[in-house]
Design a protein around this ligand. Sequence first.
Ligand code: HEC
Length: 126
Amino acid sequence: MNMFKSLLVPLLAFVGVSALASGEETYKAVCASCHANRVANAPQVGDKAKWAPLIAEGQVILTAHGYVGVRAMPPKGGKPDLSVAGFAEALNYMVNQSGGNWKTPGNTMLKDIEAEIARRQKGKRD
Ligand code: HEC
């Protein structure tokens, strides 16, 4: 598991990190303001009881619905230029700090997430 990271980290240092922030970095920069500060009922990172039913929705559904926004949860975590992959990485980090064991979504799963985002956005407009 860490082999990927040990290859990736020097690569990122080489190409410059800005384009590809890690899930932890995105979480800290974008999500923690609410998900570590008890803002508006946001499920707190580390609160396993709160996260268990969310994790049970599955990675595709939860990532897509979070990306579109749910009640007080802003679309894309409030960062309009956050990509689906970037959002997924940040959520991955949050879930794995909160009792889950998710992996970075591969291309197939990213396609499924994007399809669910499209479905969800359509439902929101109707
Ligand atoms: C402005 C505050 C705020 C920020 C920033 C924010 N969230 Fe949230 N988030 C919330 C709140 C509030 C909820 C609870 C929504 C509810 O159930 O009413 C929530 C819920 C969620 C959920 C559960 C959605 C569901 O289906 O119930 C996910 C997943 C999530 N956030 C992920 C993220 C990620 C990933 C980021 C950063 C990229 C992020 N959030 C940034 C406030 C925020």
